[in-house]
Design a protein around this ligand. Sequence first.
Ligand SMILES: Cc1cc2nc3c(=O)[nH]c(=O)nc-3n(C[C@H](O)[C@H](O)[C@H](O)COP(=O)(O)OP(=O)(O)OC[C@H]3O[C@@H](n4cnc5c(N)ncnc54)[C@H](O)[C@@H]3O)c2cc1C
Length: 424
Amino acid sequence: MRAKRKPVEVIKAKCIGCGLCIDACRFDALSLEEGIAVLKEELCTACGLCLKVCPADALYLERPPKKERRERVEVVEEGAPSPLDAYKGVWVFIEQMEGKAARVGWELLGEGRKLADQLGVGLAGVILGHDVTRMANETFAYRADLVYLVDDPVLHHYRTQPYAHALVSLVKRHKPEIVLLGATSLGRDLAGAVATELGTGLTADCTGLEIDPETRLLMQTRPAFGGNIMATILTAQHRPQMATVRPRVMRMPQRDSSRQGQIIREPLNLMEEQVVSKIVDFARDEKDAVHLADAEVIVSGGRGLGSPKNFALIEELADALGGVVGASRAAVDAGWISHDHQVGQTGQTVRPKLYVAVGISGAIQHLVGMQTSDVIVAINKDPNAPIFKVATYGIVGDLFKVVPALAAEARARLNGGSGSKKAE
Ligand SMILES: Cc1cc2nc3c(=O)[nH]c(=O)nc-3n(C[C@H](O)[C@H](O)[C@H](O)COP(=O)(O)OP(=O)(O)OC[C@H]3O[C@@H](n4cnc5c(N)ncnc54)[C@H](O)[C@@H]3O)c2cc1C
C-alpha cells in the first residue's frame, strides 16, 4: 500500500468554475457543485495534474520536500488504498511478424518472471496479430502464466493505430502494473503510442530492471546524458510502469515445454474501415544486412586500427573464427565502415558467445552495447584502457602483431589450416 499524501485543496474564493481541473483529473476526484470545484479526498492521489491546468490558482497542494517524498511513499497507512493499487501483474508484449516471434519477447519474459516473482504477482504475455494462437504455447514455455490474446485480421500487419488500440484496451480492462516491450522499431513505436494514450510514463532502452523491495516500484535503469551516467527512473504516480529494452540486453530464459497456462481471448472491437493507414505493399529490405544481434562471434575494430584498409585484419580474424565484423563509433564516424556494424549505445546491442575488441578503448557508450557478451577478449596497447575492466581475457600489445597471429592460430586449430568454421 502507498502512503497517503495530503490531498489537493480547493480555494473556493478563487474558483471560477471553468471545469478544466475536472477534465484533467484521472481519478475522478473533482466535480463541479454549484459552479465551484469540489474534491473527493479519498480519490485524490495528490498527483498535481489539476494544478497545472487551473487558470485561477484555485487549487493548492502542499508538496512534500523532495527528500521526504520517498519516505512518505514507504509509509503504510491502514485503510487508505490508492487507485494505483488496483494495478497488478507483469506483462510482456510478444512481438511477432507473420506469426514468427521476435526473440526479444522471450528475453523479456525471462526478466519479467524475476520481477513478477519478486512482487508475488503473475506474468502474462500479450499476443496481438492474426492467426497467432499457436504462439501461446511458446509463451508459456518461456515462463508466462497467462496469455492475453487478440487475434483479428485487422492485426495481420503491424500498424500503430490498431495495435495501440488493442493494447490500450487490454491495459484499461486488466490493469497490469508493469508492461515491458522490446526496443525494436515496432516496440518503440507501439510503446510510445500506448504510454501517451494511457497518460503514463515510459522509459526507453532500459539496460536494467529491478524492483525496489520497499516501494515495489520498478527501477528502470538506462544510460542518460549521452551515456555519461546511468539513470534509474521510477514511474511513481502513474500506471502501468512501462519500459522498452533492446534485444540481447536480457539473458534468454530456459525453455520449458511442459509449462501450461491460461489463455484470455479478447475482441479487438475495431473494424478495418476505422483504421486510417492501409498496407499497400510490403517491400523487404534486400540489402546485405549485418546480423550483429544474432551473431555468436563478433570481432570489432576501433580507432586503434588507424585506417579503413586495416579492417581487413578484423575481417581476417572474424572469418577465421566464423564470426562477423563489428566496430566502435569512432571507426564508423571516421567513415571506415558502415553504421550497420556499430556496437554500442547508438549502435546495436550484442550478446555473442565471443566478443573480440581490437583497438577499442572501452568508452561507456561502447560497453553498454557489448558488456554482457559471454567471453570478451580485448586487444589494446594501453594496459590502462577501460576495455580491460570488462574483458575476460586481455592482451596488451600491438594489434598489428597480435591479430594476424591470432587469426593464423584460429585457422590452424579450428579448420586444420584452411577455410572458415564456427568457433566452439
Ligand atoms: C551520445 C553518444 C553515443 C555514442 N555511442 C557510441 C556507440 O554506440 N558505440 C561506440 O563505440 N561509441 C559510441 N560513442 C563514442 C564513444 O564515447 C567513444 O568515443 C568511442 O567508443 C571510441 O572509439 P574507440 O574506442 O574505437 O576509439 P578510441 O577511444 O580513440 O580508442 C582507440 C584505442 O585503440 C588503442 N590502440 C591504438 N593503437 C593501437 C595499436 N596499434 N594496437 C592496439 N591498440 C591500439 C588505444 O590505446 C585506444 O585505447 C558515443 C558517444 C556519444 C557522446
